[in-house]
Write a protein that binds this ligand. Sequence first.
Ligand code: NCD
Length: 312
Amino acid sequence: MAEVPQPPLRHLLTLDDLDAPALHNILDTAAALRSQQSFAPPEHSRTLLNLFFENSTRTRFSFEFAAARLGLRVLNFDVEGSSITKGESLRDTLQTLRAMRPDIVVIRHSSSGAAAYAAEVMGEAVAVINAGDGFHAHPTQALLDLMTIRDHRGGFDGLALAIVGDVRHSRVARSLLQGLRVLGVADLRLIGPATLLPSHPEALGARNFTDLAEGLAGVEVIIALRLQNERMLGASLLPSAEEYRQGYGLDHERLGWAAPGAFVLHPGPINRGVEISSQLADSERSLILRQVENGVWVRMAVMQMLLGGDAA
Ligand code: NCD
């Protein structure tokens, strides 16, 4: 393929700026890192700052592991122990941290647009990676999902994929749908109660289904989303977790409604026995831990890309 010179990407805020070759390039780099298993001498002069304003286990540690494998020094910003609790604004916090010259800032925040705002404040001096902003975007999660699907199927041709759950409020779903569309996946289905589905699925290149059996028919890949109790039950979008399980909980029997050999992904954290049964989550039809593993490789690939390829 002819090399088309592209301006280097400074931040990864959404998948907006990545076309299909760029997406594949990241997945190829991640796969090469995985097979290589050893890396160039540590780059101790580079610093990654984790700025998590929302709780996280896998995403935060995945960035930490990725940085550690590349030899970057990792600093974790402790929101509870910071001057944010004294009322310092996000802008002042970001400006203060920028003055200390981190090379990469990874930000997770409950406000949609927070990562773009951080990139604006940081400017060209610091690479900003969005680790989830509000309902908006979670690009590295989408990349690890894409890598896991590509690994398992060998590509995206003819793929029918369903996302089950609270799609309306999911940054994971939004970024993944964007990546899948860029890669040419046409059969994208969103399944859940009407209150949790987007009102304009066609804008996301997808179709809504309120019936699980109907939505799963012929589907090869199913993405289960976490029932976000903290966001939904209070807002009366759903009567109860048990009612959700009855309508949309995935188990082995219901997996039989999808295409033969269909498999399940979940971004985690999972509510066992609600959106997915324990037996299914722990079975060979679930790729949940592969996703976690691939998360580290894609984040390494993204860091390399943003640092100009010389971090490893
Ligand atoms: C998700 C998130 O926080 O956006 N988890 C993740 O990053 N792996 C989804 C969730 O919290 O349900």
